[in-house]
Design a binder for this molecule. Sequence first.
Ligand code: IPE
Ligand code: IPE
Ligand code: MG
Length: 233
Amino acid sequence: MAVPRHVAIIMDGNGRWAKKRALPREAGHTMGAKNVEKIAEAADNLGIEYITYYAFSTENWERPQKEVDKLMALLSDYMKTSIKKTTKNNIRVRVIGDISRLSQKLQKDILNLEDASSKNTGLKMQLAINYGGRDEIVRAVNKAYDEMDSEGKPFRITQETISSYLDTKDIPDPDLLIRTGGEMRLSNFLMWQLSYAELYFTDRMWPEFSKEDLKEAIDVYEKRDRRYGGLKE
Ligand code: IPE
Ligand code: IPE
Ligand code: MG
C-alpha cells in the first residue's frame, strides 16, 4: 500500500518523559514542542501530504493553571518562531479547534502564522488547539443550522453537510493515527474523521519519538489491509 496521505498524531507522554528524568512536566512540553517541526519535515520527506497534531484538547483546561500557562506560552512561541521555518520548508499551517477561548494575543499569533504560510505549497500541517472531536461536531451542526435557517427552508443534515462544516473541511480524512505515550484511546481527537483510519500505538514518549519511529509506523501501515467494510478482491 502507498504511504498515507494524511497522518494524525496524538503527541502524548511529555509529562512522563520529564518525570522519568526528574524534570518538571513543563520541561517535557518544551522538548515535545521541539519535535513538532522535526517530525513534520520527516513526514514531508516520506511523501506524506497532510499532518495533523493534537496539541491541546478541550479537556486539557482541567490541568493545573501553571501547566496550562506553560502550554499556552509554548504555543505562542511556536506560532512566532515557525514563520521562518515554514517559509523555508514550504509548509502551510492551519489551526483547528475553537480558538475563541484562547487569549487575544495567541489568537493573533495563530492568524499571523496561518496568513504567512497560506501560500506555501508543500506539507499541510494542522495544529489542533482547544480541540475536541465532539465540540467540533456540535459547532459544525450549529454552523449548518444557522446558515440553512437564514434561508428559511427546512433542511436535512447529511454526512456531507457535517463534513463540510467541520474545521477540517477541504482536508481528506486521516489514513493513519499515531498515538505516542502508550495509552490506547482517542481522547476526543477527530472523532468524525478517524472512522476508517488505521490506528498505531507506541510506547515511545512524544519528546523521544524519532524520524525512525515515524518510518516504522508507516511501514506497519503499509502492511495493513484496508477493507472499509467490503471484501478484498
Ligand atoms: C501530551 O503530554 C501533551 C498535552 C496533552 C498537552 P502529556 O502532558 O499528556 O504527558 P503525560 O501523558 O502526562 O505523560
Ligand atoms: C491527549 O492527551 C491530548 C493531547 C495530546 C493534546 P491527554 O494526555 O490529554 O489524554 P488523556 O487524558 O490521557 O486521555
Ligand atoms: Mg497525556
